[in-house]
Design a protein around this ligand. Structure first.
Ligand code: FE2
Length: 325
């Protein structure tokens, strides 16, 4: 019997690779001045499931999510983003990120595991564009009391409402998109996938840390304000499900901001609505995967920008470009 032995060329040095990496979007805290109405929307209409309540917050998850929550709905005086939370690639990288943020001059603090519901040791900071952010590795998984026999499903179908499957991405705003793009890329390691570019600078960028075309989008804040949310997006399995969702929104009297339609950017099949608290929520299907390390960012500029924004479907309303929370 032969034994596997390590053969190592003499000119190769094995070194410890400890580069910290943001791995995936984990959850988003959404602030609402109308907690009861927002909760009704996120559960009965969107189809998320309530898993926990604490203080002024309700914790929610989609039927396709393995974690105990992806959405934290918190009562507040005004709508907006409470924070966004990203899982890092390895347990020890929470410490690695602290060093990286220190080098980048970003104030940050540690919270012990258990300080936040279902969440391990956490590094939290407010990014230079005003968005509260958490980085952590450990998170409790959801265990369904009556699990699906389809073992790759976290729970049985059907799910209520339109059945939003999982949190997909979020879109934040910044006064200077070029600076935000460079910071998220240079400091947090996001890869630029697509951009809408004018001679005066980028008006929107679509970036990811996963093989999705975007986990995070950043658009120009028309008011020049900091820390605002343009929308959070949930994934639906097919465009057909999204068209069904449009029927539900009309039935429910949910204000539709834009869509259904398709963006050239990211090949997103979309509909945007306003939840009762005033935050914009997108239902998203489509997109495309990116697997190689050598992606060349898609730049939409000049006459191409029109197709980038609307591939088909009606023009986007002014509210889409003017309202953020
Ligand atoms: Fe989006």
């Amino acid at each position: 019997m032969s034994t596997a032995t390590e053969s190592r060329p003499s000119n190769v040095e094995y070194v410890e690779v400890t580069t910290p990496r943001v791995h995936n979007l984990h959850h988003v805290e959404v602030l609402t001045p109308k907690p009861d109405e927002s909760l009704d929307f996120f559960t009965r209409v969107l189809g998320l499931h309530e898993t926990h309540r604490e203080g002024q917050s309700v914790y929610l998850r989609g039927a396709g999510e393995w974690a105990r929550y992806s959405t934290k709905l918190t009562e507040a005086g005004a709508p907006g983003l409470g924070h966004m939370a990203w899982q890092v690639a390895e347990p020890d990288q929470v410490q690695g990120w602290a060093r990286r943020l220190k080098e980048a001059g970003v104030e940050h603090k540690f919270e012990d595991g258990g300080t936040r519901f279902a969440q391990g040791e956490t590094l939290s900071f407010t990014g230079p564009f005003g968005h509260r952010t958490e980085l952590f590795y450990d998170f409790e998984r959801y265990e369904d009391p009556n699990p699906s026999a389809l073992l790759s499903q976290p729970m049985k179908f059907p799910t209520p409402g339109i059945g939003a499957r999982r949190l997909d991405h979020l879109n934040i705003t910044a006064a200077n998109v070029d600076e935000a793009r460079d910071w998220y890329s240079d400091v947090l390691g996001f890869k630029l996938r697509e951009a809408a570019r004018t001679p005066e600078g980028d008006i929107g960028v679509w970036m990811s840390v996963t093989s999705q075309v975007h986990d995070l989008a950043i658009m120009r804040d028309g008011m020049g304000e900091r820390g605002r949310l343009h929308h959070i997006a949930y994934y639906l399995d097919t465009p057909e499900t999204l068209l069904r969702a449009a029927d539900t929104f009309v039935e429910e009297g949910t204000p539709i901001d834009a869509g259904p339609g398709k963006h050239g950017l990211t090949q997103a099949f979309f509909i945007y609505v306003f939840e009762p608290g005033g935050n914009r929520v997108e239902l998203f299907s489509g997109g495309y995967p990116i697997h190689g390390p050598d992606w060349k960012p898609i730049i939409w500029d000049g006459a191409a920008i029109e197709k980038a924004i609307v591939w088909y479907g009606g023009q986007l309303p002014d509210t889409f470009f003017n309202i953020a929370t």
